[in-house]
Design a binder for this molecule. Structure first.
Ligand code: SF4
Length: 118
């Protein structure tokens, strides 16, 4: 099986081709200019993840929505549930940039942190 991807790890945007050996399941990656492209391609096929950015409603009139993000990439399959959880939350002030808003989401080790001070 062959799949084409663009590496999103840096502005070079290398065009990657991943071949999967049908007998062994081993991956061969070409088109990458550095090892990060190979790591990205294999993870994208086996366990795709993304850093999630969103806003969370607050109880503060001056800043009704607090920008937040995950501190690590989260498995893509969990992103819709995370967004639903975040949109139902209400955050109280004060919060500093980097404060944990949601800890260890679904035991993934991924925290949601404030991207701005509230
Ligand atoms: S393979 Fe390396 S050089 Fe190419 S886009 Fe990815 S990180 Fe950048």
């Amino acid at each position: 099986m062959e799949k084409n991807l663009i590496c999103i790890n840096c502005p070079q945007g290398c065009h990657l081709t991943i071949n999967t050996a049908s007998e062994t399941g081993d991956f061969t990656v070409t088109g990458n200019r550095c090892p990060r492209g190979q790591t990205y391609a294999i993870q994208e096929l086996t366990d795709p993840r993304r850093v999630v950015t969103a806003v969370v409603p607050t109880n503060c009139h001056a800043l009704p929505y607090l920008p937040v993000r995950t501190d690590k990439p989260l498995p893509k399959t969990l992103i819709p549930d995370l967004l639903n959880s975040l949109y139902k939350m209400r955050v109280d002030a004060p919060k500093a940039m980097g404060d944990i808003i949601l800890e260890n989401y679904k035991n993934t080790g991924v925290n949601v942190i404030a991207s701005e001070t509230l």
